[in-house]
Design a protein around this ligand. Sequence first.
Ligand code: AHR
Length: 525
Amino acid sequence: MLSARLPLDPQLVLAPVPRRLFGTFVEHMGRAVYEGIYEPGHPTADAEGFRGDVLALVRELGATTVRYPGGNFVSGYRWEDGVGPRADRPVRLDAAWHSTETNAVGLHEFASWAAQADLELMYAVNLGTRGIDAAADVLEYANHPAGTALSDQRRRNGADAPFAIGLWCLGNEVDGPWQIGHKTADEYGRLAAETARLMTFLDPDIELVAAGSSNAEMPTFGEWERTVLTHTAGLVHHISVHAYYEEQDGDAVSFLASATALDRYIDTVAAIIDEVGAGPGSAHPVGISVDEWNVWSQTRWNEHDKTAVLTGGWPEHPRLIEDTYTVTDAVVVGSLLISLLRHSDRVSMANLAQLVNVIAPIRCEPGGPAWRQSTFFPFQHTATRARGSVLAADVDSPEIDTLRHGAAPLVDAVATVDDDGRMTVFACNRSLEDAAELTIDVTDASAATSGYRLVRAETLTIPADGDRHTTNTAEAQPVGMRPLTVPAPQAAATPTPPSSSITVVLPALSWSVLELAPTRKTPHE
Ligand code: AHR
């Protein structure tokens, strides 16, 4: 049995939990929009064609924001194609995903769906094939109240009130040679700065996200951020980080330590933000928007599926990167969420990429069911239970040497505290073999509390009849969710008495959520 400790002091606050940390992403790609959120004719579809079963799962997930319409797609997209009467909308080739785009869903439909799903819309403009003009136009169309050609066109198209979109991405992955309209850091930095300037003239209340590197292995990583921020500092509010992880060559140990790579990636971007004078406390601080992150088998995509797509004609909404997630993937997603929460002082928002069907926590079949993948649960746990503030705390854990990421703690954890003093601990055990005893030591100097009780404890781990590759299906879910074991003398899953030291057993390969409630002192104590 491994043994780890998490010292917690509810007064030692790192930062408020950024609610936008629990964002998602819907791209016009594969079956994310068509046959995903939108399927007229599905038994649960509403009058607009949106699937009710998918919408219910999106609400259950507890996400806060949604990035749209891409992704690589946006770098060749004309936003005007998606507004106005459907019969008049052009059918186009989407070169990013070698598909045919019908434009049946566009800004109006998506804004309506996002409002129903209670998601803040984060809209990406095309800085691949287009530029300042088109970005300014879509902003005026979406946000200007009335009385101009574009705002009145929106009103004629059925939206009298502006969409009031507050968050705007300046392009997508422009550093990548795969991107339509790929640019150097200087070319992009200048374009992003001038686009930001005009957009801010039109609507000074918006927040802008400059595109950072596509991943930390890009040869331009670092220099890209430095150059782009030098051009755009004072004009943008966030810079993006994109991060996907996968199990390579059967090396599960490294895969499970992916969050240590994300920790370093975020720390490096934060250091560059500080270097250009845009850190916290500066006149115009820049936050980190991890606006694409997830587990994604990119090797499978690059070495097999991509060729099939490129040679498979121009289908409408083909099945693209519909990764099926395992227990191992869920533990990695949970550990990445721990990393994001641990950086709440620098990460202003984050988007799990993506939401439905395409590398997604939610899957569905045309005319059939919708279901939660294994990765749904760690996201839902953090999105719905990380409240208040993140605590500054370091877990003391045995480490493991990994081939790809160096040393990594076997047990990782982060904690939040809400206004009522309730603490929630999110923890993972990366060991494939050993359970771990995690002892949470609470030091609480406040006069009002006499201890803490463990009031809820759940874990997601390898199910009794499965292995680490077990997945959820439409028929059987959730896999491996069960109450956590609380060691003797307390009985399993029963609340512990008030204590400043609480021990639980994290099964091998597991993700866990623990809720600790304070016990208020009686007047006689
Ligand atoms: O999320 C899938 C793709 O990954 C996005 O279109 C792109 O931005 C990234 O490379």
